[in-house]
Design a protein around this ligand. Sequence first.
Ligand SMILES: NC(=O)c1ccc[n+]([C@@H]2O[C@H](COP(=O)([O-])OP(=O)(O)OC[C@H]3O[C@@H](n4cnc5c(N)ncnc54)[C@H](O)[C@@H]3O)[C@@H](O)[C@H]2O)c1
Length: 352
Amino acid sequence: MAKLRYGIIGAGGCGKGKHLASYSLLADQVQIVAVCDIIAEKADAAADQFGAEAAYTDYRQMLAEEKLDLVSVATPNFVHAPAAIAALEAGAHVHCEKPASMTPELVQSMVDAKNRTGRKLMIGLNNRFTPWAQFAKQWVLAGNLGEIYHAKCGWKRRRGIPGKGGWFTTKAQSGGGPLIDLGVHFLDVCNYLLDFPQPATCSGSTYSKFADCGTSTMSSNKFATAESTYDVEDLAVGFVRYVNGISLELEFSWASNTAQEYNYIELYGTKGGLKYEKGQLTLFEDFQGTVLDASPKLKNDGAWGNAETRHFVDCILNDREVLSKPEEAVKIMQIIQGIYQSAATGGEVRVG
Ligand SMILES: NC(=O)c1ccc[n+]([C@@H]2O[C@H](COP(=O)([O-])OP(=O)(O)OC[C@H]3O[C@@H](n4cnc5c(N)ncnc54)[C@H](O)[C@@H]3O)[C@@H](O)[C@H]2O)c1
């Protein structure tokens, strides 16, 4: 069987560390053919490191010349929609990094391109593919929580603003701060466990307090200079009501005077509950009049992205449905946009 001809758009931290590293482990099925980055040195270095034949600085040229079957998009967020749509239209299946794009309308345009071309499009939400998220999904599906009526999720860092002063902190290129960057991961897992109900209203607040802060716990943190941009939030909090009556509280921050980095999801059900926090999943139950906590011992599945790339290759080769669907990403972006609009206007926003 011919190998899938693979190319990548964006050879930065995630492109190399997640996509190229994990697709290179699938050498029986995938041939890394071409790397594109607008910075020629980065494209050349990644092509050398992962044995690609060609390096490009223009993804449209790469797509026209290489006849790729599979393309990763791991650029700054504002490039996701145009690059993914161009790759789908060139006939490739596309593995696009999170957040799918910056607005629900842009994500919908990616869904439309996927439907028009008949190719597959998967969003790189690696937390979905973790053993804890998959165990939690099966636990919920088995009815162990009864009726779920409320949820909470969050991800907070003490000092962890990525690429400060670069594209991450420039709203026109990122779409926002920690809500769209970290929030998209845990909002996605939380909504996956809730079976993606339609959001109805959002209210929220955002704060930007750490632009001038000089302490960092991230090696990639570059400090803002007078010329650099920091026009995104560093804390977002919010409340979502769904059409089916479920509610969700959220908080996402890159920098806060709080405990060191941690993330969590909590589900409240009539029969049981569930909490994921600091790498541990805990299941809350009632047994014969006694409350009971259970902690599954889950195996880790190896490095960042491996389970996800294996899954996408299997979906392509065996024509299966992808786990992390762009249609679901439209709903997540409705929530994110709703929180940002509410924070800007000070009122509750109707979404969807
Ligand atoms: N799934 C995860 O856990 C995870 C983690 C980190 C980043 N990400 C996502 O990956 C994406 C990239 O983040 P990163 O941390 O690697 O950023 P980065 O800045 O390290 O890398 C982005 C790369 O894209 C290149 N680029 C920019 N515009 C381009 C274009 N038009 N064509 C080709 N290349 C272009 C840049 O030169 C850079 O090398 C973002 O969407 C981010 O949200 C996901």
